[in-house]
Design a protein around this ligand. Structure first.
Ligand SMILES: Cc1cc2nc3c(=O)[nH]c(=O)nc-3n(C[C@H](O)[C@H](O)[C@H](O)COP(=O)(O)O)c2cc1C
Length: 351
């Protein structure tokens, strides 16, 4: 299947949605303007902030882009909960004031996301940590929105395919940030992107497969050669200059990456890959499931980020052979050059 069947992109390359104040409209638009697909992350944003982000991206590009939505358990009203003792101890260690509780905010109803995305004619929508309700999926499809689901195993791929999505992201265990799991999600995904791709290819699904996790400029063509229709890169874009991560944080990630990344579910209640720093080592228990544990540790992680105490931040990073900080334009150009060399070798119809 040719990559341009689904989205008519010049290059079969997607910038991963990354929630947590990582992305800028300039980054997303630069990717789409380069003939790839930029993604907005709606996770942890209010609807107003999301709308502003979408409008800025639309000012900067006429090309398609994605909005990614978290599928979370419904929380109708905000709730005050007790902060786990271990998190309070860590906060005290950093000199933060004692606050024995934290607020679990109400979730934004899925319908309201869909209303906003349709209002702004968002061309591509993706979901993670679950699937859209059948009604909402139907609403998106009626408006010819391309819908993408994230999956980490065979059962999730089956569920996503049966629901009628247009493409599936296969997320391997090297991926930075949270595992997208929604079936048996207490279990950590141990499959590499390539293993997952091979498993799912044997199903011969009639929709494109997007592969993500540990993919960068140096290796993305291997995944295309193995039959992926698209590749999705997160860490590489996070380490580029149009990301919202400041240079000192990016430099910290590069310095610490030599100690390797690790997976933990204790920071947020869901398996996530990042730098195996002091926070990951000291926060060795999980009191609440996702997203409650995320909100329980949010103040600590936010304080650490604002004060440059990166050893106590949730420093999400994919597992790669090497990392580099570079300009977003150089990264895009490098991806284009590698893709052109690759497609000159692979004859049309081979992929
Ligand atoms: C900081 C960070 C935040 C992320 N946030 C999201 C998100 O909001 N939604 C999502 O679907 N995936 C999210 N991911 C996962 C990416 O979509 C993707 O699976 C991952 O970046 C791929 O691995 P790589 O970082 O090695 O390229 C995030 C990843 C990182 C590194």
């Amino acid at each position: 299947m040719r990559h341009n069947q689904l989205l008519n992109l010049t290059y079969p390359i997607i910038q991963a949605p990354m929630a947590g104040n990582i992305l800028t409209p300039e980054l997303v638009a630069a990717v789409s303007n380069a003939g790839m697909l930029g993604s907005i992350a709606s996770g942890y944003l209010s609807l107003t902030a999301l709308e502003e982000f979408i409008l800025k991206v639309k000012q900067l590009t006429m090309k398609p882009f994605v909005v990614n939505v978290f599928i979370e358990p419904e929380q109708k009203t905000p709730q005050i909960l007790l902060k786990p003792q271990l998190i309070m101890d860590l906060e005290r260690q950093l000199g933060m004031p004692d606050e024995p509780d934290f607020t679990l905010p109400a979730t934004i109803p899925q319908d309201e996301y869909i209303n906003l995305l349709l209002k702004h004619n968002v061309p591509v929508v993706s979901c993670t940590f679950g699937l859209f309700s059948p009604d909402n999926l139907l609403r998106l499809k009626k408006h010819a929105v391309v819908v993408i689901a994230n999956a980490t195993n065979l059962a999730e791929v089956h569920a996503a395919y049966q629901s009628g999505v247009d493409a599936i992201v296969l997320q391997g265990f090297a991926a930075g940030g949270h595992q997208a799991s929604f079936i048996n999600n207490g279990q950590c995904n141990q499959l590499s992107s390539l293993e997952l791709l091979k498993q799912i290819q044997s199903l011969h699904l009639a929709i494109p497969l997007i592969v993500t996790g540990g993919i960068n400029c140096a290796n993305f063509t291997q995944f295309l050669a193995a039959g992926a229709n698209y590749v999705q890169l997160g860490t590489s874009f996070m380490l580029s200059n149009l990301s919202n991560l400041d240079l000192t944080h990016q430099q910290y990630l590069i310095r610490q990456s030599s100690n390797s990344t690790a997976l933990s579910q204790n920071l947020t209640g869901k398996w996530a890959r990042g730098i195996n720093n002091q926070l990951m080592q000291q926060l060795d228990q999980c009191a609440y499931p996702f997203p409650i544990q995320h909100y329980a540790s949010a103040k600590l992680r936010g304080f650490a980020r604002n004060h440059g105490l990166f050893d106590y931040t949730g420093s999400w990073l994919g597992q790669h052979a090497s990392y580099a900080i570079q300009s977003t334009n150089d990264l895009l150009q490098h991806l284009i050059n590698c893709y052109i060399s690759y497609s000159n070798v692979v004859k049309p119809g081979d992929s």
